[in-house]
Design a protein around this ligand. Structure first.
Ligand SMILES: Cc1cc2nc3c(=O)[nH]c(=O)nc-3n(C[C@H](O)[C@H](O)[C@H](O)COP(=O)(O)OP(=O)(O)OC[C@H]3O[C@@H](n4cnc5c(N)ncnc54)[C@H](O)[C@@H]3O)c2cc1C
Length: 389
């Protein structure tokens, strides 16, 4: 076993830290108050740093840093701005990733390359008003017409919906077969007629990342934009989510470490009853519990990234990363806020935003209840028992 990061990964972390400290941190308020996503010049700067293509091979315009490099990126981005991390995560981890995993060589050249360079922004359109956790209930219809498919339906809560150039969309091609053979993935361009952003959600947290309802109305998609084999879209979307889940754990790690650092600084500075609150055992125990959970999460995230990079099965571990990571981040942020007393509750401090932002990771890319089902199904499968959600 070797628990050290390679020299390349250490350099990457340094570059991402520089980007977040110099470019993102001074503009948090601007990002949080923007309804149209992060400022364009910030997105351009991120593209200059190569951020949008971190895990992908260089031949597809990426950095070739694999899942480990991508986890480092998400850890660093989420320390400073979960909103920005969400925009980047939806773009890389589920939108570009779906094309990387199941796209044809032509599709990769046409879409993945500009996406990895940050010239095109991606969205992942799975969720519908009647199909959230139960993605098999997808109702968006795709009907074959000559060399094209005509898509009709509504997708909601789609990150980057209003700023995307490209969206991967799951639709029903054969209702009789449903998710097993009757659903197909499509690569759709937002400029095409019939792609309409009908609503931008007003959310509790990650307010600087646009989350949208998208209506697809007689949207004509050429046959060459079918993503993966016809009828196999459900599989493409589910395996893409598997990869995304590891990095939600990584993002949670970054968020949790950031607030622990703030809590330690505050504990040694703030005085009460004649000395720093760090002298109080209740504060020490909170700090110790936070540190213990964060260390466990760090090991989990990077072991899972190693499984992905070495092409070993990682589905169960990825679900554990998301489940454990998101709950650790919420718990740790809550404790950090408590350690700051009234100041923690103030909007002048990053803790209240941190708590609002952390909460989403227990919901998107499959709720934590669904992660528990994935983990249990994986375990029972080894014992010959098949469980259903
Ligand atoms: C900010 C934000 C960004 C998002 N971004 C995207 C995106 O980019 N692309 C996209 O496609 N989607 C996106 N989503 C949607 C998200 O993935 C779904 O909200 C999530 O999968 C849950 O679906 P739902 O909201 O319909 O909840 P429901 O499925 O209605 O679930 C409601 C409750 O019931 C529980 N539940 C449901 N089924 C079971 C079961 N079998 N066993 C136990 N409990 C169960 C759930 O865990 C939850 O607590 C986003 C959501 C948010 C809030």
């Amino acid at each position: 076993m070797d628990f050290t990061f390679s020299k390349e990964h250490q350099l990457l972390r340094r570059a991402f830290r520089e980007f977040t400290e110099q470019e993102i941190a001074p503009r948090i308020d601007e990002i949080e108050h923007s309804k149209s996503g992060p400022p364009a010049d910030l997105m351009e700067k991120a593209a200059e740093y190569g951020i949008f293509g971190v895990p992908f091979p260089q031949k597809y315009g990426g950095m070739g840093a694999g899942e480990t490099g991508y986890c480092i990126l998400m850890e660093e981005l989420n320390r400073v701005s979960p909103s920005f991390a969400t925009v980047v995560g939806a773009h890389i981890g589920i939108s570009s990733m779906a094309i990387y995993l199941d796209g044809t060589e032509e599709q990769k050249q046409k879409y993945l390359v500009p996406m990895a360079k940050g010239e095109k922004i991606g969205a992942f359109a799975l969720t519908e008003p009647g199909a959230g956790s139960d993605a098999a209930a997808t109702r968006t219809r795709a009907v074959r017409e000559g060399d094209s498919y005509i898509l009709d339906g509504t997708k909601h809560f789609i990150t980057n919906g209003s700023i995307c150039d490209v969206a991967v969309v799951l639709a029903l091609t054969d209702p009789a077969l449903g998710p097993r053979g009757g659903m197909t993935g499509f690569i759709v361009e937002s400029q095409w007629e019939g792609f309409k952003v009908s609503k931008i959600e007003d959310k509790m947290g990650i307010r600087g990342s646009p989350t949208c309802e998208i209506v697809l109305e007689e949207l004509r998609v050429p046959q060459e934009n079918v993503l993966g084999p016809v009828g196999m879209g459900f599989v493409t979307f589910m395996k893409t989510l598997d990869v995304g889940r590891t990095t939600i754990g990584a993002a949670s790690l970054g968020g949790a470490q950031y607030v622990l650092d703030r809590a330690i600084e505050w504990a040694v500075t703030r005085e009460a009853f004649g000395g720093p609150i760090a002298h109080k055992q209740s504060i020490q125990w909170m700090i110790a519990d936070m540190a213990a959970e964060i260390e466990a999460l760090r090991s989990l995230v990077y072991r899972t990234a190693w499984l992905v990079d070495t092409k070993q099965p990682f589905s169960r571990e990825a679900a554990i990363c998301k489940l454990f990571g998101s709950e650790v981040c919420s718990r740790v942020t809550d404790k950090a806020l408590q350690i700051h007393g009234a100041l923690g509750y103030s909007r002048h401090m990053p803790l209240e935003r941190g708590l609002r932002d952390a909460r989403i990771s227990e919901i998107f890319e499959g709720t934590n209840e669904i992660q528990r089902i994935v983990i249990a199904a994986n375990i029972f499968q080894e014992h010959g028992v098949r469980i259903h959600p």
